[in-house]
Design a protein around this ligand. Structure first.
Ligand code: PTJ
Length: 251
């Protein structure tokens, strides 16, 4: 990896780029993942590269929803593996949820590399290498799913997703939590809860919240979730972008 000095004003963003590029070199991130990271970076810039109020609230509600779930599952693709492998393993462990590798640009070799990477970071339950079910309504590799994992889940976390699987999972009656820096994406607009934040901040925040709420009885967790309105949260995210942009210039 390029040696980036910590004093560089764009340190965090440059390190994230390096990680995704390294993921491509090591064969677990797709080359299209570089484009996805660039798109995400642009939205992060517009947000002010911070966890906004709406993202913090969505994260809080998402943690409660995952803890209240009977069968939560966490989806991992090539970008997620490059950016937050260890953090995803920690989150899975707190939630006692399986991690399932699910790829758009699927190759069996890449699935195995990602599963191995997660196991190297201590994951005990990694699915996705032997899918045995199909999510109805999708005609690409993302339809592949595993019983006991995403296929049977009631709540599923889908970070950095590219669109129609969110809709197909919702059509199966699941609750879907997205992590996506773009508040306008189809995934963000369709999900039950959209965390409009960089995955580098969102996953550690989600883990911390899950720890904090872990002793709460299910009835109380369900109260936290009640009344959450994703469309309102996305509107707030767009306002936060507008406010940030307006604050950049002297009037
Ligand atoms: O590993 P694969 O084959 O499953 O492919 C994964 C990618 C990400 C390449 C694939 O799902 C894809 O093409 O995704 P998209 O359509 O580019 O969408 C990814 C979404 O994630 C976009 O809305 C981006 O803004 C957002 N995004 C990108 N980087 C980040 C992000 N959101 C949060 N944190 C990021 N670091």
């Amino acid at each position: 990896m390029t040696d980036i000095p910590k004093s560089h004003p764009r340190y965090a963003s440059l390190v994230a780029r390096e990680r995704v590029a390294e993921g491509v070199k090591r064969g677990f991130t797709s080359s299209q993942g570089l484009i996805a990271q660039g798109r995400g970076e642009c939205f992060d810039y517009l947000l002010g590269e911070k966890t906004t109020e709406s993202a913090a609230r969505a994260t809080h509600v998402a943690a409660a929803m995952l803890l209240a779930a009977k069968r939560p599952a966490l989806s991992v693709n090539g970008n997620v593996a490059a950016l937050v492998p260890e953090e995803m393993v920690k989150l899975a462990s707190i939630l006692k949820a399986p991690l399932e590798v699910n790829l758009f640009h699927r190759s069996e070799e890449r699935v195995k590399r990602i599963a191995d990477l997660l196991r190297e970071h201590g994951a005990t339950q990694v699915l996705g290498e032997r899918p045995d079910a199909i999510v109805p309504g999708l005609d690409h590799a993302r339809a592949k799913a595993t019983r006991g994992g995403i296929f049977d889940s009631d709540v599923v976390l889908i970070p950095l997703e590219d669109g129609d699987r969110c809709e197909a999972l919702m059509a199966m009656g699941k609750k879907v939590i997205a992590i996506d820096l773009n508040p306008l994406s189809r995934t963000s607009r369709q999900a039950t809860i959209s965390i409009v934040d960089n995955i580098l901040r969102a996953v550690p925040n989600l883990t911390a919240k899950a720890k904090e709420l872990s002793a709460m009885p299910r009835a109380d967790l369900e109260k936290v979730v009640q009344g959450y309105d994703n469309q309102r949260s996305l509107r707030q995210a767009v306002r936060e972008i507008q406010d940030h942009l307006n604050s950049q210039f002297r009037s």
